[in-house]
Ligand binder design. Structure first.
Ligand SMILES: [Zn+2]
Ligand SMILES: [Zn+2]
Ligand SMILES: [Zn+2]
Length: 145
């Protein structure tokens, strides 16, 4: 089984070409994708509504999580932790690049546990950082050299 088949199997999804194509797009990219970007890649094959529904059902299943990076458009990325239909565990940091405007999931940074004052129940934590991503830094260095 390849990665794609494995995911479809693990999440108990009915395999459709659209689902496979959307999932492949996320597997091929190491950064988050906005709805518009998915449409840009696959819009000639599938209509907006179908793509929107696919993204939405992937999020509900715990396969993708949505990210609000302040760009105004919601972006989606593959869940790395054990997310399920009932709960997402994507409290990792998101890094937005000011040069290429891509957003990356940073799973390597360990975030300290937070102690909230009494009477507050946290449902979602958002950690975000802004700066220049690895590939943009590399490109900048090459230009300077
Ligand atoms: Zn998740
Ligand atoms: Zn970048
Ligand atoms: Zn993420």
């Amino acid at each position: 089984m390849n990665k794609l088949q494995k995911i479809i199997h693990t999440y108990g999804l009915r395999k459709t070409k659209c689902r496979a194509d959307v999932l492949n797009l996320f597997l091929e990219n190491n950064h988050a994708l906005a709805h518009a970007a998915v449409e840009q890649h696959l819009g000639t094959q599938y209509d907006r509504v179908t793509l929107y529904r696919t993204l939405h059902s992937f999020e509900k299943k715990g396969l993708l999580h949505s990210i609000n990076d302040g760009s105004g458009a919601v972006k989606y990325a593959i869940c790395k932790q054990a997310c399920t239909q009932h709960q997402h565990h994507d409290n990792h940091m998101h890094f937005s690049c000011t040069a290429c405007s891509q957003t990356y999931c940073i799973n390597e940074v360990h975030l300290p546990p937070l102690r909230m004052p009494d009477g507050y129940q946290v449902e979602e934590l958002r950690f975000s950082a802004q700066g220049v991503c690895k590939s943009c830094l590399k490109a900048q260095r090459l230009q300077q050299a």
